[in-house]
Design a protein around this ligand. Sequence first.
Ligand code: SF4
Length: 416
Amino acid sequence: MTKIPMQPADSSPAVDTRINPSNSNSEQGAMQANSKTNLLGMSQAQLGEFFKQLGEKPFRATQVMKWIYQHGVTDFEQMTNLSKGLRDKLTQQACVEPPEVVHKEFSDDGTRKWVFKVAGGSLVETVLIPADDSKVNGRKTLCISSQVGCALDCSFCSTGKQGFERDLTAAEIIGQLWVANASYMQDTDNAEWQNEVTNVVMMGMGEPLLNYKPVVASMSLMLSDHAYGLSKRRVTLSTSGVVPKMYDLYKDIDVALAISLHAPNDELRNELVPINKKYPLSELITAAKAYVHDNNPRHKKHVTIEYVMLAGVNDSDEHAHQLVALLEDLPSKINLIPFNPFPHAPYERSSNNRIHAFSNILNNAGFVCTIRQTRGDDIDAACGQLVGQVADRTRRSAKWQQSIQQRQQQQLADQD
Ligand code: SF4
């Protein structure tokens, strides 16, 4: 693919000072676990350097990557194409350590959810959703978290209500995929390891573009032939619109892009997705167009537009027509997401009739528009229900709890 050099519409460095405030710590965190070096999440280059320091040839990196990601092996003794001396050295100095699973639930509809305890004591969630469509039989999509909590405070999102604690390390991000694949191995006695997850979406807790380096490092492992070898169209990053980092992403890695849009005009989006005040729709759509721009007509790239359906807020015919106009020149597929209410959420889900009427307007305008099926309701694994638990409660979380209490007190007073 020919890559077009891109320039951000706003090259102001303002956002970059906020991005990855803890990156250096995160990367160290990926490298060190219990004073041993954690090889999970390391790039091929980092692993090559690690083996060089052990006095070994760099090709050991690809051997070990295949053991970890393609055979699910964490015990160096089982890496039989390494010499006994190297296996002993690795056992003393290194480990392969995915994040700790503290809870897991497998739904009757095939959905699986894991709760991981990460360093610092916070909990993050990961959900796997199998396709319920014979046309894509066998598709299993894993929704991965990138941060503990989220700083962006979208008004319909339960993760946002918890505030932000920290970025996940590359080991904690790729470790979610490792554990999901391992769960299928554990299902069957004597099974050969087989990576069952076919698609990954960076769409769980957090804004992935605000944890840029570990997220890109993890997605590189997802694509690498020495690791998971997923096709670039099966790895999707979803952003709420961190525009400067969208331009970086285009240069650094070729993955599918989704945008959490949720509103067709700036006034409403400022309210639902507050980062819109910093990067308004005109800049976001320009960046999205640049991302999918490609001189080769055989490459049919598009952006997936995520649009949560909130009753009486963003779901009118007028909003649908505004969306048609906004996306006119952007190759896009639209995914309507029925809102999944969480306790004390200030919104309700649009009715099925309303969602279908909205969808019809988009379809009639020539867009491919799908309505996301709600899956995993019985284990709180539906979209927007990946809440996890931020250990260090932030001021935003305290404020949210306070507003709930005030609302409850008001309701009690109204009843008297
Ligand atoms: S929708 Fe995404 S970006 Fe917005 S607060 Fe929730 S996790 Fe953060």
